[in-house]
Design a protein around this ligand. Structure first.
Ligand SMILES: Nc1ncnc2c1ncn2[C@@H]1O[C@H](COP(=O)(O)OP(=O)(O)OP(=O)(O)O)[C@@H](O)[C@H]1O
Ligand SMILES: [Mg+2]
Length: 222
């Protein structure tokens, strides 16, 4: 069954995306060589934002669209396939496993699917990925997960914290801003309290907070 023309479906980014330029370069490159790329790392480290950014900046390479499928709220492994199918716009067929219908629909498609937050459904995500990759030669998958999917095609990318200023970091605001954690702090602090900026007076404190929070974006935002 031929689905309607596929189109890009990405959620809007909630706020400014900070840094990760070098990682994005490596990841875009990796995506040309691997068909299953998993961004791994602890909760709140920035896997989802990085993956969404990767999708947004590689969308042009996928003639049939890029899709971000959120799985964080799903607890029933059987529902993964229907969530993917419904986002892409593929209807089930009576008497046929939905994953077969989905694989047929994507068979000749040059698409990229992101499976976000796979950690609680790793086995089911792994099985679906293998089925789709086997049946759809042009398809690529980006997963985010606290642990790898452990499928043969997988390349794992460990997401690291944002760069934090060292203890002897300069007090100069512009110099501190080369550290991504400080940039994120400044951006979110300015959103919470208008007019906030890193100055010579608060630079040491900002740097210390970023270090104490280990550069974990979720912790910095809180
Ligand atoms: N590079 C970034 N620029 C701006 N904000 C970021 C960046 N990375 C992460 N954040 C913010 O930090 C928070 C945590 O990031 P994210 O949701 O991507 O982490 P995660 O690793 O996917 O977490 P989880 O394991 O809980 O799914 C989010 O609010 C996100 O918007
Ligand atoms: Mg996430």
């Amino acid at each position: 069954m031929e689905p309607a023309a596929l189109s890009t479906q990405l959620p809007e980014e909630p706020n400014r995306f900070i840094g990760r330029e070098r990682e994005l370069g490596y990841l875009r490159d990796a995506l040309r060589r691997t068909r299953a790329l998993t961004l791994c790392g602890a909760g709140g480290i920035g896997k989802t934002r990085l993956a969404l950014r990767l999708l947004a900046t590689t969308a042009g390479d996928f003639a049939d669209g890029v899709y971000a499928v959120e799985l964080g709220d799903l607890w029933e492994p059987d529902l993964i396939v229907s969530r993917v199918a419904s986002l892409i716009g593929v209807d089930g067929e009576t008497g046929r496993p939905l994953q077969d219908t989905l694989a047929d629909a994507l068979e000749t498609r040059q698409a990229l699917i992101m499976l976000d937050n796979c950690e609680h459904l790793v086995d089911a995500c792994a099985a679906l990925c293998q089925r789709l990759l086997a049946g759809c030669p042009e398809l690529r998958i980006v997963a985010t997960s606290q642990e790898p999917l452990r499928i043969p095609q997988e390349s794992v990318w460990q997401v690291v914290p944002l760069a934090v200023p060292p203890p002897d970091a300069p007090r100069d605001a512009a110099e501190l801003a080369v550290f991504e954690a400080a940039q994120l702090f400044a951006d979110r602090a300015a959103a919470a309290r208008s007019g906030f900026a890193i100055t010579e007076r608060n630079a040491v404190a900002v740097a210390a907070i970023c270090r104490a929070l280990d550069g974990v974006p979720l912790a910095i935002e809180l």
